[in-house]
Design a protein around this ligand. Sequence first.
Ligand SMILES: [Zn+2]
Length: 399
Amino acid sequence: MKSLFILFTSFFIMLGHSVSAQDADSVRYVGTLEGAYLNSGNGTDRLGGNKMGFIEEGIVLQVLGEEESLYKVRLSENRYAYIPKEYAADTAVTDFAPVITSGSISVSNAGKYDVISIALEQKRCYLAKEESESGKMIIDLYGVQNNSNWITQYLDLESVESIDAIQVDSDILRLTIGLKNRTSWGYSVKYEEGRLVIKIKHNPQFTLKGMVIGVDAGHGGPDSPGARGRETRVNEKDLNLDMALRLKRLLEAKGAKVVLSRDKDTSLTMAERKAVFLANDIDMMISIHCNAGGTASGTSTYYKHIQNKKFAKTLLESILEIDGINLFGLVGNFNFSLNAPTEYPNALVETLFLSDPQDEARLNDPDFRELIMKKVAKGVKNYVKYCKKIEKRSAAHEF
Ligand SMILES: [Zn+2]
């Protein structure tokens, strides 16, 4: 009886195989579009599902299925993810190899960055994660087998200590990058001419003098006023701009150079804001907003990537020195677009709640706006000091 069952089962499995073989021609592929990101699941909330990471445009992914606004896509033989349909376009692919092999790796110092480059004959999906406190950065390459038998490392590296390439699944190659520094000043991962190029920023001089700081005034223009004051109907966008201009003046007084995303009441998309900051090669970024909702009150700061937690926390601690304001919270893994860039440390400051009468009265007071921006500027300075201390301590442990 048992052997008959096995016979039947294997017959159906064989049947299943021959059907999928016939379907091979109709395998569907999508190419990623600018701003694309992968979600680990199909869950969602107000700002979208849990993001695994952003990926650049032009990466081909095999479609496994569709769920409303998402494609389920294959990362490797055993892994899949979800991508919003708006960031993926159908693409006709004839030469998609399920698995490719990696080529030579080189690591060099390019001035402001150390640059790691790995030869890959096709663009493959990757996910990167920095764990600066433990001194590591991990990049998983999907659909790639390790054939990197040359890892050329120059001796003048400033941010990269070591690099290792290990096959963690039959078709996932993991690059583990040992970092010299314990504080994070940003990185980028991007394909350039047949190579995946990873740039890891060097530590800056640990002083605000000469540092380039991006300040974003949230919302703006006729279509994005942001929240409204419950009592006075004041527009959030106007308060944000006023505070951003104050923060600019205060940071410049400490010697920093400040790049604003907007300096008047103009409309800007999130991509345009990010483009301004990248074009100016900023060292860090703060986005200024006012909160609203329910009966909540108080101040809060937000980050997406774990390496920015300390920055967001330091800003929050400084703001909380102001008498009488409530703590709303320190929020991590947050899906705000301007928290997504990895190229520079960044944090979102939700000053106070416009929907709370006491908070609204404070936000409407120019003296309070000056005071809270003084605390933000002090928080930036404290963070730079903290980084200096950490790097000094870790250097002392090297021999
Ligand atoms: Zn806002």
